[in-house]
Design a protein around this ligand. Structure first.
Ligand code: RAT
Ligand code: ZN
Length: 420
């Protein structure tokens, strides 16, 4: 049955109508670790990268006798073979991250039950990257991927400095982890580039860091600035990070009309033997977020919190501050059971004024399964909100469903990060 756009959708037609609109929306993926082609080898793609994703590495060590030291000494193809064998051949790949690889293989018409990776390797080796990106974005239903670009990454900065070619499918983000979290290891890099900074981040240094960030804003034209912060993050705080945040980063955001994304909650390197897979999670003190939002009404904050236990109070804080935009179900939260709980809570407490998800993809093809899973999990939740609303006396039209979905998956981000 086709419903005209402006007539109310009957209760029993809501699930299908929401699914159709979610399938059609071209999403802006607001936080990924993907890179535009001109940033070369930084951009990961293909079966060996998919299998050696750090979410799967953590699972390997639970389902095989291979230890991290041995594993990390191997070349990538051997690592991928070991993960395929342990998690996909000797076990059924039911975890979220493992199921994702299966969904990607199927999306390209590849076998999902092979005992080796030959067919998949041949397929990816035959792809031409630029066209492959178009195909992957089309399969994922995304129009743009927002990158993570740290100007103090020694592998990345020189590429920008040489004028890396822009690509409309990818939008840069000025990532500040090295500046804000590892000042002691990086201030000399700034000094070597001609900025008068010192180890103590004294007053003179702050204006120099602001100048450094301004230069990168001009060069990158980022969508926003971003930092990941530990569960122990406090603000205000008499620390290097506190000084740099207040004296350099927030002013630079205001200078350039940029939002700051704060991703709070990892406990870094709980098990360093696992490298990238070695971080844990802790509940954060959201007073820090309160103090930022209240203390800097001229700044805008995108925020994502890693701890499930923080999510309800996060919604409450978001109701208090219009300069706070909650986004995504991050990392350990990106599982259907938890996405469902968090998204219901947000819809109930914030209406449509939040950004439901980002992919956090590190490997290009992951956007296919991550967005497929998000659509599948969120469709019934949205349909149920409309059903409750109809029960209470207001049936929605297809036009309204379309408008709402566009706001959640594109419009809120575009409006919140609009300059000025
Ligand atoms: O989800 C991840 O891949 C993490 O390792 C982090 O990179 C996190 O998303 C971040 O942006 O810090
Ligand atoms: Zn990330």
């Amino acid at each position: 049955m086709t419903t005209s756009l402006d007539t109310p959708v009957a209760a029993e037609a809501l699930p299908a109508a929401v699914e159709r609109e979610l399938a059609a929306i071209q999403i802006v993926d607001i936080h990924t670790h993907l890179f535009m082609p001109s940033l070369g080898d930084l951009g990961l793609w293909g079966i060996d990268e998919l299998l050696t994703y750090h979410y799967l590495e953590a699972e390997l060590f639970r389902s095989s006798r291979i230890g991290p030291e041995e594993y990390f000494s191997w070349p990538k193809t051997r690592k991928a073979d070991a993960i395929w064998r342990a998690l996909f051949v000797e076990n059924t790949p039911v975890s979220e991250a493992a199921r994702g690889v299966v969904a990607v293989l199927r999306a390209f018409g590849l076998r999902t039950d092979s005992t080796d990776l030959g067919e998949a390797r041949d397929f990816f080796a035959a792809q031409q990257l630029d066209k492959h990106i178009d195909r992957v974005f089309a399969l994922a239903g995304i129009s743009e991927a927002v990158m993570t670009n740290d100007p103090l990454d020694p592998d990345e900065a020189p590429l920008w400095e040489r004028g890396a070619e822009r690509d409309a499918r990818f939008r840069p983000v000025l990532r500040l982890d090295r500046v804000l979290n590892k000042w002691a290891d990086h201030w000399r890099v700034l000094e070597a580039k001609g900025f008068a900074v010192d180890e103590a981040a004294s007053a003179g240094s702050l204006s120099e860091v602001r100048r450094f960030l301004s230069g990168w804003c001009e060069k990158m034209q980022p969508a926003y600035m971003a930092v990941s912060l530990p569960d122990t993050f406090r603000y205000p705080e008499d620390s290097l990070r506190g000084r740099l945040l207040e004296g350099a980063v927030l002013p630079a955001c205001r200078d350039h009309g940029l939002a700051l994304s704060v991703m709070i909650g990892p406990r870094y390197q709980v098990n360093p033997r696992l490298r990238l897979a070695g971080d844990g999670v802790g509940k954060a003190d959201l007073r820090a977020l309160e103090h930022l939002c209240a203390g800097f009404p001229e700044n805008r904050f995108l925020a994502s919190l890693l701890s499930r236990e923080n999510q309800h109070e996060f919604c409450v804080y978001s109701r208090k501050f219009a300069n706070l935009m909650p986004f995504g179900c991050w990392w350990f939260l990106n599982n259907p059971s938890i996405v469902e709980e968090i998204t219901r809570e947000r819809l109930e407490m914030l209406g449509l004024s939040f950004i439901p998800q980002h992919s956090d993809a590190r490997i290009l093809e992951q956007v296919i399964y991550k967005w497929r899973n998000t659509r599948r999990t969120i469709a019934p939740i949205l349909a149920n909100s409309y059903r409750l609303l109809a029960d209470d006396g207001r049936a929605v039209t297809v036009e309204e469903i379309r408008r709402d979905i566009a706001r959640l998956f594109r419009g809120n981000f575009e409006a919140f990060t609009a300059r000025g």
